[in-house]
Design a binder for this molecule. Structure first.
Ligand code: AMP
Length: 427
């Protein structure tokens, strides 16, 4: 399952990619399509499941679709009620993050802080308002919020709302909302009281439930700056020291993948290479051995890795950085799947720093850099090595100008072998 398949627009897909999310969480996969279809939703999901994006993404899309231009008036079109200030602030931040490429304005109001700055923001006009009930009713009482144009009403963490005694406030708010609107209710538990509240304002809701342990996962990304000459021994050190049992390693070239595999074997670490020069039978066997756990390391080129069906690898290593920045995102998507957390580690030599800048620009964040003692970078040595290497990746980059189109391994078979491949066939 991918975000693209959920029917989200380009602006939202871009914002999701910027966050480094590669796969929708179960609550997202289940709720986004039904919300986009205009249904009311009753979702059993707690914090940590990715529920915020689950309701925010489709809501933003529908709001933008019905009014693509920035409206001058900015009447409140979506109201999200949360039980606590912290959650309100967090949800508002998510809305700003996911909606950064859309011309929709959002703000948050909650008690315990000055009301005037909130009034000023409301006066400038907002499309989406995130609020805790007490402060919202305060502002409504002062005539600063008009809920008469609300198209979306979201009740987040409804069970906590009731535990905190907000039922009367919720009922007051509900009375101020227009009849025609879409309602979304999220709750970790479903007591009789919640069911009663839900049946009072949801219209034929679609029920979405997510198991308790299906939390959103995140990929931890890390860069180890290192000299090119020490990359191999650093990889072996990391595998041994961390006792990694399943590692997918990305190599820029087929020749490099073969050489690295031999090196690791020599270090007593079982490894296989998988790339376009291997027969289908050899590839199938390599993958089966890796999946069965009889081989610890699989070294792959980007094209070969594309078709691999492997789930939830704990570690992905970029032995070489990809020349096409989008490939980095595809690579790290190989880890941390299916609710597991994952680690992506890039070994970056001096000559690859420019590629790293391009990747960080694409993912819009800086990746943590940690030098492993004994494996320091050496720019002078790397520059000398790079001068001898006529960058075999560049030809690939030109050919693959459209990173979203599927790569066809056979497209590379008919071309003249590159310098590295000729070298590989010799050795
Ligand atoms: P929530 O349950 O909405 O509070 O989200 C929990 C955490 O999961 C937040 O830190 C989100 O940034 C993160 N998250 C949400 N969706 C995804 C996703 N599809 N992949 C990875 N992380 C996600």
């Amino acid at each position: 399952m991918s975000f693209e398949k959920l029917g989200l627009s380009a602006e939202l897909l871009r914002a999701v990619a910027d966050q480094g999310y590669t796969t929708p969480t179960p609550v997202q996969a289940n709720s986004i399509p039904v919300i986009l279809e205009g249904n009311d939703v009753l979702a059993g999901a707690q914090t940590g499941t990715g529920k915020t994006a689950g309701f925010t993404l489709p809501m933003l899309q529908l709001m933008h679709k019905s009014h693509p231009e920035r409206s001058r008036k900015h009447a409140v079109r979506a109201l999200v009620l949360t039980p606590t200030r912290e959650l309100a602030a967090q949800v508002a931040e998510s809305i700003a993050t996911y909606g950064k490429y859309l011309p929709l304005r959002s703000t948050v109001v909650f008690g315990g802080v000055g009301i005037n700055p909130q009034i000023q923001k409301l006066n400038r006009g907002v499309d989406i308002l995130v609020a805790t009930p007490g402060r919202l009713l305060d502002l409504i009482g002062q005539g600063k919020v008009d809920l008469g144009h609300v198209e979306f009403f979201v009740l987040d963490e409804a069970d906590r709302m009731l535990d905190m005694g907000f039922i009367h406030d919720i009922r007051k708010v509900l009375k101020l909302l227009p009849k025609k609107r879409q309602n979304l209710l999220f709750s970790a538990t479903f007591s009789e009281e919640i069911k009663q509240l839900a049946s009072g304002f949801l219209h034929s809701p679609v029920y979405v439930e997510v198991a308790r342990n299906e939390t959103a996962h995140q990929v931890t990304q890390m860069v180890h700056p290192v000299s090119r000459a020490k990359k191999r021994s650093l990889l072996s050190h990391l595998i041994k020291q961390g006792d990694w049992q399943q590692v997918l390693v990305f190599s820029k070239t087929k020749h490099g993948a073969n050489k690295l595999t031999l090196f690791l074997e020599g270090e007593g670490i079982s490894a296989v290479a998988i790339h376009g020069n291997k027969s289908q039978a050899a590839r199938t066997k390599a993958l089966a051995d890796f999946k069965a756990g009889s081989v610890r390391v699989m070294v792959a080129t980007d094209i070969a890795a594309r078709g691999l069906d492997i789930d939830s690898l704990p570690h992905v290593v970029n032995f070489d950085l990809p020349h096409v920045a989008e490939d980095y995102v595809h690579r790290i998507g190989r880890t941390g799947r299916a609710g597991n957390s994952g680690e992506s580690i890039s070994l970056v030599s001096g000559d690859e720093r420019k590629l790293l800048v391009g990747i960080e620009r694409l993912i819009k964040k800086s990746i943590a850099k940690v030098v492993v003692p004994g494996f320091e970078p050496n720019d002078v040595e790397d520059a000398a090595a790079a001068a001898k290497d006529p960058k075999p990746g560049q030809r690939q980059q030109q050919r693959r100008h459209d990173p979203s189109s599927p790569r066809k391994p056979h497209a590379t078979r008919n071309r003249r072998p590159g310098r590295n491949e000729r070298a590989a066939s010799k050795g």
